[in-house]
Design a binder for this molecule. Structure first.
Ligand code: PEP
Length: 256
């Protein structure tokens, strides 16, 4: 049985004091829910502070990006070793990084390898753009992104995958539960081909793209979808809490 996960990607939002207030607002409610993994991914500058604030709770911490070298003359970059000391997860290959920072499949692959090397759990984001979706190329694009991201990687210890159709991110236009369930099923099938069936059954695969308290149930009740990567709605304590609560209730019902 895979443990469901709801992860919040705060993107480039919140100052340290705003991050502190947001964590304080959601901490107790999140901590009470124990059958869902709850991960928050604030900006780098707030990681150390948030880490202290969630100490002793069941809330987990992630970063939003990583560089693939461990140390050296890479001004402004954050290394896997630095992150491993601070948090458990790291988002890799988010479409905003692919789009605005020219992250290629090769770079994403290096980052995944770097994260796994130091014991960080990557949340690998893959997903098709609108024109690819409209051209019926979703399956091809997602398969290619998955395979290039995982090239040369022979163990997936802790890897999480987030299927995030690019056209659904931050647009308010989410995919449907049924569509996402099918694509996530295809991702799982690819993992089974690349590794084996047992590994594929164990990998946590999330949906991401305009998930809110109003539509979360549609996704988390699908058999292939293990939870959500939430952007905008993770910046509102009541929304994020409601998404986690709904996931807890639905998953509790389905497994009971
Ligand atoms: C994201 O940033 O990964 C995301 C899914 O954003 P949003 O929920 O705002 O669409």
């Amino acid at each position: 049985m895979r443990v469901p996960m709801i992860a919040g990607n705060w993107k480039m939002n919140t100052t340290v004091s705003e991050a502190t207030a947001l964590v304080n607002e959601m901490r107790r409610g999140l901590d009470e829910i124990t059958n869902v993994d709850k991960v928050i991914c604030p900006p780098f500058v707030s990681l150390a502070v948030v880490r202290e604030l969630i100490k002793g709770s069941s809330i987990k911490l992630g970063a939003q990006n990583i560089y693939f070298e461990e140390m050296g003359a890479y001004t402004g970059e954050i290394s896997p070793l630095m992150l491993a000391d601070l948090c458990e997860f790291v988002i890799i290959g988010h479409s905003e990084r692919r789009q605005y920072f020219n992250e290629t499949g090769e770079i994403v692959n290096k980052k995944i390898q770097a994260a796994l090397r130091v014991g960080l759990k990557p949340i690998l984001c893959i997903g098709e753009r609108l024109e690819e979706n409209e051209a019926g190329r979703t399956e091809e694009v997602v398969t290619e992104q998955l395979r290039s991201s995982l090239a040369g990687i022979d163990y997936l210890s802790g890897l999480i995958i987030a299927y995030e159709p690019v056209w659904a991110i931050g647009t308010g236009k989410a995919a449907t539960g049924k569509q996402s369930n099918e694509t996530i099923g295809l991702i799982r099938q690819n993992i089974a081909e690349l590794y084996d069936k047992e590994i594929a059954q164990g990998v946590c695969i999330l949906y991401g793209g305009s998930v809110t308290a109003a539509n979360a149930a549609e996704f988390v009740q699908q058999p292939e979808i293990d939870g959500a990567l939430v952007g905008g709605a993770s910046l509102k304590a009541d929304q994020f809490l409601s998404i986690v609560k709904q996931t807890s209730e639905i998953r509790g019902r389905l497994s009971g």
